[in-house]
Write a protein that binds this ligand. Structure first.
Ligand SMILES: Cc1cc2nc3c(=O)[nH]c(=O)nc-3n(C[C@H](O)[C@H](O)[C@H](O)COP(=O)(O)O)c2cc1C
Length: 404
């Protein structure tokens, strides 16, 4: 068995170490999930507010924190506030980010992304596994050559992540971005080796994992985020997601992070929904039966008791926390040491698409700039500020990466 972790005291299960297959140890079972913080400088580099944000989560006791949406190809970001790991990167600032956040035994992993068909068209021409021309989603088909270049791109970014001091990398294959597009029959209509069966749709992911492993060596952690399903008809189904996990089980991954949902136009993301969490525990329980790789499950955790139960029952090894970590950056310490703390979430009367993301992202800005105590933005103001900032940074991003 690759994962020999045992829970010694069921009451303190969140405190327990976790030894990953590569030998690296996580100090506890609480993770700050990948969240695109939109605090990059508009040219793919960290800002002081961003550095402060991750420092606060590390000081707040997390075992591991993921920087969401760190791009391996600046032509295809999710947002113009993303980081980029590539030849344009400011290594000094990246090192400052990692040095201030890999503290007190906390890990900081870079989630390596590529938005593919969901690249903002204001930045560049979106590309995906197949050409699509739908309302709100138009993209060109990637050539076989372009697909074959992906493993090297991810590997180069992963190696740079290691060099600048990230303590691991996380491959983003969820939520409708490029690798999730390959997995999804809605995005992927290819008839070559990268389309059709789930084995073929998963192929590029397996090739990327292998290339990343070759680049970073055996002792460096590699995780992946994958959907339990796309939560829409015709997308990645749970049955196929389980088959994908069987394939991932044969790789050198150290952590599989289960999420779900997609940003396919018109679809509500899982964190925008009204359903009660935690969302993906049942799927994690099934995945546990077919993989020895440690599992993380993210989505809808609001009470520490839910996290304790999932760990105690052995359905997952790590609990991923997104919005609750934005409400309370010291959440890990509080859940580990206080019996009765649970965050209070805002309630919004009506929620336009993307509104929730905008509100939480603006709160991330407040945390990074040290004014979270006085943060009182209402939803329309948050959306306005979020969009205005991105509109300005799109111009900056295009200028910075104009030669690509
Ligand atoms: C502001 C915001 C940004 C997010 N950005 C990312 C991201 O960059 N990568 C990712 O995999 N998931 C991202 N997510 C999804 C979260 O990781 C998480 O899966 C989701 O919020 C559900 O977990 P929660 O109920 O604990 O918030 C984001 C969520 C929020 C609220």
């Amino acid at each position: 068995m690759k994962n020999k972790n045992t829970i010694i005291n069921p009451m303190s299960s969140l405190h327990n170490n976790l030894t990953l297959p590569c030998g690296v140890v996580l100090k506890n079972r609480l993770a700050k999930a990948a969240m695109s913080d939109s605090l990059g400088d508009g040219e793919g580099n960290p800002t002081q507010a961003q550095i402060r944000l991750y420092e606060k989560w590390a000081k707040g006791g997390v075992g591991i924190s993921f920087v969401g949406e760190v791009q391996c190809d600046p032509r295809f970001p999710e947002k113009p506030g993303n980081l980029v790991l590539g030849e344009h990167s400011n290594l000094k600032l990246l090192r400052e980010l990692t040095q201030r956040s890999v503290i007190d035994g906390a890990h900081l992993w870079a989630q390596i992304g590529h938005a593919g068909a969901l690249t903002p068209s204001s930045i560049s021409q979106p590309v995906g596994p197949s050409a699509l021309n739908l309302e709100g989603l138009t993209c060109l088909e990637m050539s076989l050559d372009e697909i074959k270049q992906l493993p090297e791109k991810y590997a180069k970014s992963a190696l740079l992540a290691k060099k600048v001091g990230f303590s691991g990398v996380h491959i983003h294959a969820g939520h409708g971005f490029l690798l999730s597009q390959f997995l999804s029959p809605l995005f992927n209509h290819r008839t070559d080796n990268y389309g059709g069966s789930i084995e073929n749709r998963c192929r590029i992911i397996l090739e990327i994992i292998e290339a990343v492993r070759n680049a970073v060596g055996d002792l460096f952690p590699i995780g992946i985020r994958i959907n339990s399903s796309d939560q829409m008809e015709g997308g990645l189904s749970e049955a196929d997601a389980l088959k994908a996990i069987r394939l991932l089980d044969k790789t050198s991954l150290d952590l599989i992070d289960i999420s779900g949902g997609t940003y396919f136009p018109g679809v509500k993301g899982s964190s925008e929904g009204v359903s009660k969490g935690p969302y993906f525990v049942h799927f994690a329980e099934q995945a546990k039966q077919i993989t020895q790789i440690p599992l993380m499950v993210t989505g809808g955790f609001t009470h520490s008791a839910q996290a304790v139960e999932v760990i105690n029952k052995g359905f997952a090894d790590v609990i991923g926390l997104g919005r609750s970590m934005v409400i309370e950056p010291r959440l890990a310490d509080r859940w580990l040491n206080e019996a009765e703390y649970n965050p209070t979430f805002p309630r919004f009367e009506s929620l336009p698409p993307g509104g929730l993301t905008a509100w939480y992202t603006m709160r991330l800005t407040a945390i990074g700039e040290d004014w979270e105590e006085s943060f009182e933005l209402d939803l329309p103001s948050a959306i306005q500020q979020y969009e205005e900032r991105d509109n300005q940074r799109v111009i900056q991003w295009r200028k910075r990466f104009k030669d690509l």
